[in-house]
Ligand binder design. Sequence first.
Ligand SMILES: [Zn+2]
Length: 209
Amino acid sequence: MRMNGSWHVYRAGERWQRARRDMRIVVATDAYEAVAFSVPVAEFLRERDLQRQEDLREMGPDLLSDDFDRAEALRRLREQGNVTVGDALLNQRVVAGAGNVYRSEVLFLCGIHPRATVDVVTDAALEEALSTARRLMRANVVDPQSSIVTYTGYRRTTRRADPAERLWVYGRARKPCRKCGAPIRVVRIGPYARLTYYCPRCQPVAATY
Ligand SMILES: [Zn+2]
């Protein structure tokens, strides 16, 4: 199972960052609105249906959860063998929660080339990728208790306040790497050919990581 389209969470009354015509679903409470844009398929489940849903039962450990099951996440990552680390991190049956922006940012911060597969990466490096994903994602959560992320129009991973400096590599093709100055590259990888941004110098091709 992979994510398509996107869900944004807004405070009630906040302006949406995407066009209303792309809206497919709104789930609203007094305080928040969860809006799904361009989602091709959605399913509404009652609580008693949940246990019967194989897809949901098989979701990997939740990266945002306080009691994130690191060992189980690592075990599920290892099962991905010849899949790229980036695609494995996006597979919701491996770990739940990461989206395409985080894929590029995590690989960059861990120095892993976007075409590197799980089986050339050590346990230590995979654990680092998991903790990096957790740290970046939790930094974008407004209320860690409820895991509610309101949509601010951007994700921030560099901890810089300036919106133009908010990400390390994602969306920065041909711009200089923030660490070494080399031009950032972009490739299409994986079954959905989604864009992955990387620095060829900070993320070299290597036999092992
Ligand atoms: Zn670099």
